[in-house]
Structure formats: C-alpha cells, structure tokens
Design a protein. Sequence first.
Lengths: 125, 531
Amino acid sequence: MIESLFSHYTYVLVFVLLGIGIYMVIASKNLVKKLIGVNLFQTAIFLFFISMAYIDAEGASAPIVPKDGVPLEVMVASPLPQVIVLTAIVVGIALTAVGLALIIRIYAEYGTLREDTLREVRADE
Amino acid sequence: MSSVDLLLPLLIAVPILAATLPIALGLWVDRTGWTVAGLTTSALFVGAIALASVVYTRGEDVTHRLGGYSPEFGIQLVADQFSMLIVLLVTAVATGVLAYTRRGGPRGNTFYTAYLLLTGGLLGISLTGDVFNLFVFLEITSLATYALVASGDGPEAAVASLKYLILGTIAASMYLIGVAFVFMATGTLNMLELAEAIPGAESQTLIHTGVAFIVVGFAVKVAQWPLHTWQPSAYQQAPDGVTPLIAALVSTASAYAFGRLIVTVFGVDYLTAVPNAAAVVLTIGCVSVLAGTILAVIQTEVKRMLAYSSVSQFGLVIAAYGVVIAGSSETAFIGAAIHLVGHGLVKAGLFLGVALVARSYDARTVDEYAGLAKSRPIAAGAIAVLLLSLVGVPPGVGFVGKWYIALGAVQSELWPVAAVIFLSTMLTLAYAARLLEKMYFTPSATAERPHAPAPVATDGGDAGPDDSGAEPAHDEPGAAIAAIRGDRSAAPVSTGMVAIVVLAALGAVALGFAGGTIAELLDPFLTEVIN
C-alpha cells in the first residue's frame, strides 16, 4: 500500500491539489480566490491526464516518432492525453475569462468581492 | 446518398461559425443579428428534419468521422434514433424562441452570437460520439449559457451567473475526471470502442471510480437535489426571452448525455453489475423528484417555481435511468426519452408564457397572475394547457412520459419508485393548481397587483402595435414604473408572440398522441443497447 503510494506519488500530489482547489472554492470568501480555486482544480485534472500518459521505461520519449523509426514500435508517451489537455486548457482559459468578467461586473455593482459582504448588501436591497 | 453524413458536422459547425456573423456584420449594418440567427436556426431545423427522415426511415445510424481519422484517434459524430429526438427538440425550440425574441427581446448582436453558440454546443452534445468531445461541447454550451444569464438586467444576474459558472465548471471537471479514469483503464475515448473495452478492462476499480465521478458531475449539470442550487437563480435572473431556451434545452442536453453514457458507453448490463450504481441513481432521482416539487410549492415567484419544477421533472428522468439500470427496462428508457422531449417543449412554452405575462403586466409572482384568464384568455389558456400537460393529465405529453416510466418501474418491481412517480404527479398538481386557481378563479380586483395596468389589453389576440392605448394608463403607479424601466409599455405583446406560446401548447398535446410513435421510432435503438 505505502509502496504503491510512493511509486505513484504524482497521483497522490494531483489529488491533493484537487482537494486544495475545491477547498478554496468552498472556504474562501473572496470571489477571485474562488475562481483561482476552480483553476487549481482544473489544473490538477490536466496534470492527472499528463501523468497517466507518462512512460517510465528504457528508451521511452516524448510522442515524436523519429524519421527512421517505425511507428507503433518506438516507445513514446501517448499523445492523446496531451491533445486532450491542450483542448481543456483552452476551455479553462475561456471559463476564467468569463468568470473574471462577471466578477468585475459584480464589483462594479456592489463594490465588494467578499461573499459574505455581498450577501449582506443584497439582503439590504 | 453518401453525402448525408456531411449534415452532422454542418449542424454543429454552421451555428458556431454563424455566431461570429452578428458581431462582424454589426460593424457595418445595424440590426442584422436577428436575420442571421433566424436564417441559421431555420436552416438547422430543416437540416435536422432531413437527417431525422434518413435515420428513422432507414433504421440505421448515420456516422461521420471528422477529418477522416479512424475512430481510435479521431472524433466520430453519430446520429441515431435517440440523439435525433434531442436534435429535433433543440432545433425546433431554438427556432421558436428566436421567433419570440424578435418582438419580445432581448436584442443586440452579442445576444444572437451567444444564442447561436448555445445552439451549436447543444447540437454538439447531441451528436458527438466521443466522451472528451462531449466535455468540450458541454463547456461551449455552459459558456454561452453563463453569458446569456449574465445579460439579464440588474446586478443579480451577474451573481447568479457566477454561481452557475463555478458550480458548472466543477461539475464539468468532475465529468472530465471520470473520463480520465475510464480512459486510463481502456485507452480510448470513442463511445462505441469504450462500450467494447469497458467490460473486459483489466482494472475495474478505475472504471467504477470513473462512473462515480461522472454521476456526480451530471447530477450537478442536470440540477439534481441537493446540487441544484445554481439552477433556480440562473433561470430567474436570466432575461425573460432567454429562460425558455435555457430551461428547455441546457439541462435536457446534459440529461441526454447522461443517458447516452449509461446505455451506450457503460451499457446497462455492465452497470447492473456495478455495486450500488442503480441504487445511487435511483435515490438521486427520487429524492430530487420529491424535494424539487416541495420547493416548487413554496415559491411565490412564477419563474422560480417553474425552475424548481424542472428539478423534480429531471428527477423523474434520472429515476427512469435508475430503473433502466436496475431492471434493464426498455419501457423506462422510452419514458425517459419522451419525458426529456416533452418536458423540454412544455417548459419552453411555459417560460415563454411567463415572459409574455411579465412583458404585458410586469406580473412575476403567483398572486399577480390573478384574473389573467379574463384579461388574456388565449395566453392563459395556453399556459393552462401546458401546466396540465406538465402535471400529466392525458393527452398531454407529460402523461405519456410518466406513464412509461411508472410502467417500467412496476414491471421491474421497484415499488418505491412507482410510488414516488404517482406521488410526484399529485405534488405537481399542487403547484400547477395554485397558478391555475389564480388565473381562472381569483378575480383580479381582490388581489394586489401593484404593477398591473389592468384595463389596458383586453385580449391576447389583438394586442398589436395599436396597443399605444396603454399610454393613458400612465397615471397609474404601475405603469409609471414600467415607463421608467423603459420599453415595457412602449413595446407590447404581439400576436406572433402569443401564437408561439399557443403553438407550444398544441405541440405538447400533439406529442402526447405521438407517444406510441416515438416509442416505435426508438425501438431499433433499444434492441441494440438493451438486451
């Protein structure tokens, strides 16, 4: 059990990061920090994808098949998760941008970024 | 006929590309947005009908490989009997709601851009055959929805939208983690290849973990209790013309995707063997049915009430999926499919009706609906038909869906589920009847209607541009408020807007009669996926 944790330490780190991200979303009162938490959460998933494609073997390399190499015989990391992560990063950036735009609007309307103050201001109106 | 499969990428690419046009053309010409969006959605509707006729008459799936890559690496688009139902619903509702927004608003080129992006994303969810591609389309849909919700007037809309964004992103990420686990165990992302690889995969623990994450992710996306919290405020704060589209389609597409994963990717037989899968899905569904209805009954705002009603109606669909898993019940699956389409149409119609009433009287709470049947008989009649259809009074479409789901539950001998479904019908009646009672049996004079310039429009049918008869009503406080708010009294309800609500009501009844036909259309798909 302990041994497998050590040999798969990246997975452990990834899920710790996942936990930190979701904890920030839940516990932080600041809306910007919440969004950073969401980003952290997503980044952990990207790292999860990347680390699962990693090959720890002799002669293994990045997914570039050399000119003289025979495809399917050269030992390379799977390119599919990397493509996935590339796409997911783009999606994540778009979400962050929309989220920040909304936060700017909330700040302009209510003059606060704190969730608890925001709730009070809205309750007063 | 080999070119039929080209319709699949076109259905997705055309709206997304056309989404750039309103903004680009808006630099030179004013008011192009509606024309572009109208042409695009109508073309999509025609395309969907053409595709549906091929799929249903030939009885075989239409598939397209994007870029010609093999399904192992590339993305496959698939149109089969199940997905075509949703494609037809999406294109039909998108066209109808767009027709409403011509007079009903909101307008502006950016609105039409987001509208087309949303349509493209929804069609993508319906047609994709790749689990990661599904994630991307879920996010495109969500992004467009966040923007549309935030375009509501008032600062509350931004807060509702941000709440939705954070919860929606985490839900989609949960789904992505699930995909990661399944991918880790099988090494493929194509739905059909996954279906073959999953039962024989080496590490079943990975797949079980993936299933758990996917269920949680979709429970948020479909707005199941207690993860529904984003949904009521998002529906309430969105502009009136946008809510019908979001309420009818966004959660429906997510629920469809969940069903697709259950029957096509994991397979009913496999999930039956997964410990607790059926129990968890059934519990989520049944609890949401009850919690959603109870929350709906205690609401005072009509839009919020209908939003909570969506929680319970989608609970029915999820419970039906649970019955499918637990009892391999074809009947329950037919019920889920019919209920998805029926609920989408009914909710679109109801929210359009609500938008109509809000526009003419600024009435938003249940109490303010008093006497609506007198002042707007046609609109009130359409709303009443839609409400009864939602409750499940035959021949409305709500009845057919619930009937099949309940039948499936009884056939599988899941008595608690059957009990919940019958109970939910009565509870649905509880909130529907409140609105019906206000509209038909409470005279408008007795209720307080501070915003209502009551004597203005006398009939739903003829309130054309000549409704400038509203002007004298300005000495009333409500009309004054409306005048300050802007175009409310200046832009009245047109005949076309009422006609669309009536059309939705007629559609809901017609679909009720077509229940058996839908079941027949789904039959080839079911025999394929459920043994």
